[in-house]
Design a protein around this ligand. Structure first.
Ligand code: PLP
Length: 482
């Protein structure tokens, strides 16, 4: 490592990235390449002799960027956002520069301690109950993703039950969630050895705006108990992936607590909005939860990856995930005075991710982060208004945050034809490269999703996107008439 070379190349790279952002609107948002395109453009094997940085950057420009879908484009409205920001970027850069591996406190005390402090800050900003703070029995940890977060708490919950019920009881353990829960819980169940038949996916519909009904949960639990099974885990969501439904946390918490279930709340996307006082009510009931998760890398200006998980009882995680090999033993850990985050996660190694969240919180301040969220919600409200003004379309689910679910209506009352029409509309707009939206299916109806949340998006981008959608819709509808 030559510091002067880093300075020279680093400046070049920052310039390259700054230019990328400056020109990002010129790229097709959704990459238009065909599968396998890159193999034809790159050599078969690694170079024997070093190449220049300029050669590599030229290849990035001409060969890599065409195969990139530009998540940071202001015209990106698909899935949920995955924010980057100058603050997040600088934190990421610093983390790469220091490049330590902070699995135990001793391997970099600042990494562990900053993570504890920053997650306490964020917990306070979200007004999480004090039990989630690191000053008590609980605390926060940064996982890579919400999928890892739900896996580690599922493992902790499973092992707590198995200590009481005996290892052979694993086949009797039952997990509950709604049919709107993210698929990461299903994957976690597979990894945790939960019998596939004991993963209860409770049906939702438009009568509850796709939120889990407490009655269906308590009914399922009673039935399972009477069949000799052991209910042990509930995954609830604040801001479901399809339509941002909010499960009724207070009621679900009561049912979980009275039946001894571990209650996990996945607020991967919508958690960010809860730093605004007017949205905090969406997580009322979090007092009853054992664990709570939000992805700072989605809608909180923190570059991927940074998924914040809080638990009330850190010993449950540690009991499940701790190992203590000789080669990692050290005085601080053995004296039990420190947190060793290796025992709160799947891998051993871990990056200094708290730096970027710390930079985001400090360089923006909560005031600006709240304004940022509010602006996106306002832009989504504007888009919803535009949809409502065009009688050919309908808003297909209530808008709660910055996602609008909508669809083009077809003249005939035929669900499959209407679905096909909307599939074609999605294809048509995304192939323009001018915007990128995604879809979902709710009650067998194909629905388009317009998720505002890219940091560079302004009102003009939303208005332009709507114009493109209208134009393509007019074209498709005129073809139906011909
Ligand atoms: N939970 C919800 C509600 C989500 O919307 C998503 C992804 O969009 C996830 C979990 C999975 O997130 P991750 O990629 O961090 O595992």
């Amino acid at each position: 490592m030559d510091a002067e070379q880093l300075r020279e190349y680093g400046h070049k790279m920052v310039d390259f990235i700054a230019d990328y952002y400056k020109n990002i609107e010129n790229f097709p948002v959704l990459s238009q390449v065909q599968p396998g395109y890159l193999r034809e453009l790159l050599p078969d094997s690694a170079p024997v002799h070093p190449e220049s940085l300029q050669d590599v950057l030229d290849d990035v420009q001409s060969k890599i960027l065409p195969g990139v879908t530009h998540w940071q484009s202001p015209d990106y409205f698909a899935y949920f956002p995955s924010n980057s920001s100058v603050a997040g970027f600088l934190g990421e850069m610093l983390s790469a520069g220091i490049n330590m591996v902070g699995f135990s406190w001793i391997t970099s005390p600042a990494a562990t301690e900053l993570e504890m402090i920053v997650l306490d800050w964020l917990a306070k900003a979200l007004k999480l109950p004090d039990e989630f703070l690191s000053t008590g029995q609980g605390g926060g940890v940064i996982q890579g993703t919400a999928s890892e977060a739900v896996l580690v708490v599922l493992l902790a919950a499973r092992d707590q039950v198995l200590i009481r019920a005996g290892k052979d009881a694993i086949g009797k353990l039952v997990v509950y969630s709604s049919d709107q829960n993210h698929s990461s819980l299903q994957k976690a169940c597979k990894i945790a050895g939960i019998h596939p038949e004991n993963f209860r996916v409770l049906k939702t519909d438009s009568s509850t705006d796709y939120a889990l009904s407490p009655e269906s949960l308590s009914g399922a639990i009673s039935q399972d108990i009477s069949s000799g099974l052991i209910p042990f885990f509930l995954g609830a969501t604040v801001g479901t992936t399809s339509s941002t439904a909010v499960d009724p946390l207070p009621e679900l918490g009561k049912i979980s607590n009275s039946n001894g279930l571990w209650f996990h709340i996945d607020a991967a996307y919508a958690g960010s909005a809860c730093v605004c006082p007017e949205y905090r009510h969406c997580i009322n009931g979090v007092e009853g939860a054992n664990s709570f998760n939000m992805n700072a890398h989605k809608w909180f200006l923190t570059n991927f990856d940074c998924s914040a998980l809080w638990v009330k009882d850190r010993s449950a995680l540690i009991q499940s995930l701790s190992t203590n090999p000789e080669f990692l033993k050290n005085k601080a850990s053995q004296d039990n005075k420190v947190v060793d985050y290796k025992d709160w996660q799947i891998p051993l190694g871990r990056r200094f991710r708290s730096l970027k969240l710390w930079m985001v919180l400090r360089l923006y301040g909560l005031e600006n982060l709240q304004a940022y969220i509010r602006n996106h919600i306002e832009l989504a409200r504007k888009f919803e208004e535009l949809v409502n003004l065009d009688p050919r379309f309908e808003v297909a689910a209530p808008r709660r945050f910055s996602l609008v679910c909508f669809r083009l209506l077809s003249a005939e009352n035929n669900v499959e034809r209407a679905n096909q029409l909307n599939r074609e509309l999605l294809e048509a707009v995304n192939s323009t490269g001018e915007l990128f939206i995604s879809h979902t299916v709710l009650s067998e109806t194909y629905i388009l999703r317009f998720a505002v949340g890219a940091p560079l998006t302004e009102e003009r981008h939303v208005v332009e996107a709507w114009k493109t959608l209208q134009e393509k819709a007019s074209f498709l509808l005129s073809k139906l008439i011909e």
